[in-house]
Design a protein around this ligand. Structure first.
Ligand code: DSN
Length: 432
């Protein structure tokens, strides 16, 4: 096979895989080869994405996928699970060590599945759950009507302060008293500020509610000491494993409460899932091992430094950031002050044409529809994995602004695309 991406490690991985696949299924092989190239030569600014290590990637594509292991270590419904028990125990022990908690369930197939099991464990259908709506930065599994959460539970909402666009804890306390929820959810998909978990717990205690923290976005920052931990405050913590935590695509549930842990285990299996994905659980164990290394702390802190540098540079170009800035890995950019006509959808398309990958995102009280939007959500986890630092963020902001200021002019996009290519060559994926 010829060199496809100019990254020795990525080329070696894709050669091994694609050599096998090219004869078996040339159509899938062609798309996969193209995707390897796309990832190598574009700047990934989607706040929920990252680039896993070669070790995590190889573990996912392994013979562990062949096995059924319904149940839990030591209590399986299938024979031949002895090595799977070792792997799942390792994953559980490492994630408990990482977050400083007593119990972990590493079987949820995704963050949304983790939330299904967490809801089932602590609430009955019809119970009231208090959460932030998706239109203000929450997640669809926290109560959107067509989702399981909005279908089976009575969802009440709190909102951000309309001036500061940040959490208003007095308002949340008031909403808790008004709605008497069984569970309060904190943790968001598009919120750029630090979450005060201790204050949330006080509010939950004031009405006898469970506190659930969904730390999907910030899990890597918590693991790396760059955001406060939800422990010991939350009764239950859910997360994905593939965002800032930089593991395989999947979910986890954590708790310090033995009773909650028993309920969670039953609601993951057999409550909401069948066989666990053992190849993914093994990759979770590998990723957790990586996140326990001192270098991961440096990585987590650099993500935040990069986000601050990108935020400052965008503000200097005339963009408004919701809440005025960021404390974590992401920022929500209100495009309107730069150009009243500019939509998130157009910005996403134009930047895509220039090799800068982002997602359109509604801003709080956005008058435009979710498929159009007035904003972009940008995150720095993936670029930080490649090795980009603060000075590079200033360049990235100027590339973004050149594309948007030109209204996606083809010549400008093409010129920026060449500069993006050069930046990607300077910081190759798996280049260090
Ligand atoms: N879809 C994810 C995100 O982009 O934030 C959340 O699950």
């Amino acid at each position: 096979m010829t060199n496809t991406t100019e990254s020795p490690v990525l080329d070696k991985m894709s050669c091994t895989l694609l050599e096998t696949l090219e004869s078996a299924d040339p159509q899938v092989a062609a798309s996969m080869a193209a995707e390897a190239k796309r990832q190598q030569f574009t700047l990934e600014l989607i706040a929920s994405e990252n680039h896993v290590s070669p070790a995590v990637m190889h573990t996912m594509g392994s013979w562990l996928t062949n096995k059924y292991a319904e149940g839990y270590p030591g209590k399986r419904y299938y024979g031949g699970c002895e090595f799977h028990d070792q792997i799942e125990d390792l994953a559980r022990d490492r994630v408990k060590e990482m977050f400083g908690c007593s119990y972990a369930n590493v079987q949820p197939h995704s963050g949304a599945n983790a939330n299904v099991a967490a809801f089932m464990a602590l609430c009955k259908p019809g119970d009231t759950i208090l959460s932030l709506p998706i239109s203000s930065g929450g997640h669809l599994s926290h109560g959107l009507k067509p989702n399981f959460s909005g279908t089976f539970y009575n969802i009440e909402s709190y909102d951000l302060d309309s001036e500061t666009e940040t959490l208003d804890y007095d308002h949340i306390a008031k909403r808790a008293l008004e709605t008497n929820p069984k569970m309060i959810i904190c943790g968001y998909s598009a919120y750029s500020r630090t979450i005060d978990f201790a204050r949330f717990r006080e509010i939950a205690d004031s009405v006898g509610a469970y506190l659930m923290a969904d730390i999907a976005h910030i899990a890597g920052l918590v693991a790396g000491g760059a955001h406060p931990s939800p422990f010991p405050h939350a009764h239950i913590v859910t997360s994905t494993t593939h965002k800032t935590l930089r593991g395989p695509r999947g979910g986890i549930i954590l708790t310090d409460d033995e009773e909650v842990a028993k309920l969670v285990d039953r609601k993951v299996f057999p409550g909401s899932q069948g066989g666990p994905l053992m190849h993914i659980i093994a990759a979770k164990a590998v990723a957790f091992g990586e996140a326990l290394q001192p270098s991961f702390k440096t990585y987590a802190k650099q993500i935040v430094k990069n986000a601050n540098a990108l935020a400052d540079a965008l503000v200097a170009h005339g963009y408004r950031l919701c809440s005025g800035g960021t404390d974590n890995h992401l920022m929500l950019v209100d495009l309107r002050p730069r150009d009243a006509e500019l939509t998130g959808a157009d910005a996403e398309d134009w930047l895509g044409a220039a090799g800068i990958v982002v997602n359109k995102n509604g801003i709080p009280n956005d008058p435009r529809k979710p498929m159009v939007t007035s904003g972009l959500r940008l995150g720095t986890a993936a670029l930080t994995t490649r090795g980009l630092v603060e000075a590079d963020m200033v360049l990235v902001a100027s590339l973004i602004d050149r594309v948007l200021a030109s209204s996606g002019d083809a010549d400008v996009c093409s010129k920026v695309c060449s500069e993006v290519h050069a930046l990607c060559e300077k910081y190759p994926l798996y280049g260090h």
